[in-house]
Design a protein around this ligand. Structure first.
Ligand code: 5AD
Ligand code: SF4
Length: 474
């Protein structure tokens, strides 16, 4: 039950295989099937992988039976993510028994973490490829086809795949994702990412802006700029020789077109600057929504987590966001039951949630990850049942905060980008406000379609949705 409630938007897509109809397969004699797990960055990487594989003559398929190659693009962030992948690998092993020529590959963070262990100990896979080694996929596939176990888990200091044009998978043709940097230099004690994705490096601004322009010309209406820590984006522009920071990049992307919405994720509370907030305010098409992971509300725990900010600093950032953009929505990541967390620490987490009045949260029970600072230095000493109970309290509080925020929106008008039919009825549209809120409303005007902007008056709400009606632009 808890799992169901705590599922984040991203997690609801876990293990998603290619679903779209935009990439045709007719021209290919060989096919690959890919499932992606974990963060949006992994889904984005799968689009780079698809591009590399198409260059090698492999078409993408959603049908496992048709595939010559099966890839799982994996996540290591929590133990459960890895368990899901292992289960899936055992299922694929059965398919391989009936089709011995089939190659199975593990890509992404789990490949990086477990390296050749997956080949040697468990004999579940033929290829193991880390997040910085996708360019070598063609030769690795050849090696694996010749019966050699193929591994490349080398991390790079400069790989950004900037020159590779992603093949959009699972796309609705409206929302798109563009990776602006890779890796992470922060060493949060609980987190495996710095070990699986390596050092932080930014992608050149020109290739980012060019990709966003292409997306807009192809009809996309929203781009989300992705990085583990977008606020530390930094690139020296080759033409002007000027340094480009995240605020400047954001501005360049916002200027592609006022009709292209811009989102970004993830911001680190220690790094988000007033310059970024002012840039957000200046451009109508930069969405008024910030994902600002807090992780804990207790200074003692934040210090153990090595988050490098205090609750006072965090609340100062929240206050600044609201001062500059009162309409801005804020969400957080929260971990329940980190090492040594006691009831007082937990109460402080609940308290910072109330004070920040998050619109949404992604909430997790702490899961110890091998090799992390916390695993090496601390004891995972909060009992599972206590973690679960605290997580349930966090989820319950978030549910009430989300409902209160939606109630507060009733009677207000929002600009909404239509994404498609609502889940419940093809007589209704579903779209999102700038604040990332889901809005549902009747299809009153036949000239509207997914990708259209409309103004919607919020009339009713549940905790997850605002129901309303289209009105003339005020
Ligand atoms: N246990 C639980 N949650 C974790 N996260 C990262 N590592 C762990 C872990 N070991 C959460 C953090 C992070 C989000 C992406 O996942 O909240 O912000
Ligand atoms: Fe992990 Fe912290 Fe980096 Fe986020 S900022 S990826 S939580 S180490």
């Amino acid at each position: 039950m808890l799992e169901l409630i705590t599922k984040s938007i991203d997690e609801s897509r876990q293990g998603e295989a290619f679903q779209g109809d935009r990439v045709t397969n007719n021209n290919y004699s060989k096919h690959f099937y890919i499932e992606s797990y974990g963060c949006q960055m992994n889904f984005s990487d799968s689009e780079i992988i698809a591009s590399i594989l198409q260059g090698e003559g492999f078409g993408v398929t959603r049908n496992v039976e048709e595939a010559n190659l099966i890839f799982l693009n994996t996540c290591s962030i929590r133990e459960k993510a890895e368990q899901t992948v292992r289960k899936r690998l055992t299922e694929f092993k059965k398919i391989k028994k009936q089709n011995p020529g089939l190659l199975i590959g593990v890509l992404g963070c789990m490949a990086e973490r477990l390296k050749s262990k997956l080949l040697e100990e468990e004999k579940l896979v033929d290829l193991v490829v880390g997040p910085d080694a996708y360019r070598t996929l063609p030769s690795l596939i050849e090696e694996a086809g010749n019966g050699t176990k193929a591994v490349n888990v080398l991390l790079s200091r400069d790989e950004t795949y900037a020159d590779i044009s992603p093949v959009r998978l699972n796309t609705n043709g409206i929302n798109s994702f563009v990776s602006i940097m890779r890796g992470c230099n922060n060493m949060c004690a609980f987190c495996v990412v710095p070990f699986t994705r390596g050092r932080e490096r930014s992608r050149d601004n020109e290739s980012i802006v060019a990709e966003c322009k292409d997306l807009f010309e192809e009809g996309y209406k929203e781009v989300t700029l992705l990085g583990q820590n977008v606020d530390s984006y930094y690139w020296v522009d080759s033409k002007s020789n000027h340094a480009v920071d995240f605020a400047m990049l954001l501005e360049e992307v916002a200027m592609v077109s006022p009709l292209l919405r811009v989102r970004f994720s993830t911001s680190h509370p220690k790094d988000i600057t007033d310059k970024v907030l002012h840039t957000m305010k200046k451009y109508h098409n930069i969405c008024k929504y910030i994902h600002l992971p807090v992780q804990s509300g207790s200074n003692r725990v934040l210090q153990l987590m090595n988050r490098t900010y205090t609750r006072e600093w965090y609340l100062g950032r929240v206050q600044r966001i609201k001062e500059i953009m009162p309409e801005c929505a804020i969400s957080a990541d929260i971990i329940a039951g980190f090492c040594t967390e006691d009831e007082q620490d937990h109460l402080e987490t609940l308290d910072i949630m109330r004070t920040s009045a998050y619109e949404y949260s992604y909430m997790f029970a702490y899961s110890e990850r091998p090799g992390t600072l916390a695993e090496r230095r601390y004891t995972d000493d909060v009992p599972e049942d206590v973690k679960k109970r605290r997580l349930a309290e966090i989820v319950q509080l978030q549910n009430s905060l989300s409902l209160a925020s939606n109630q507060n929106d009733l009677g207000k008008i929002f600009e909404v980008l239509i994404e498609g039919n609502s889940k419940k009825s093809d007589q209704q549209w579903m779209g999102r406000s700038s604040q990332y809120k889901v809005m549902v409303f009747d299809k009153s005007d036949p000239s509207l379609e997914p990708g259209s902007y409309v103004h919607v008056l919020a009339l009713e709400c549940s905790q997850g949705t605002l129901m309303g009606k289209i009105i003339e632009k005020p």
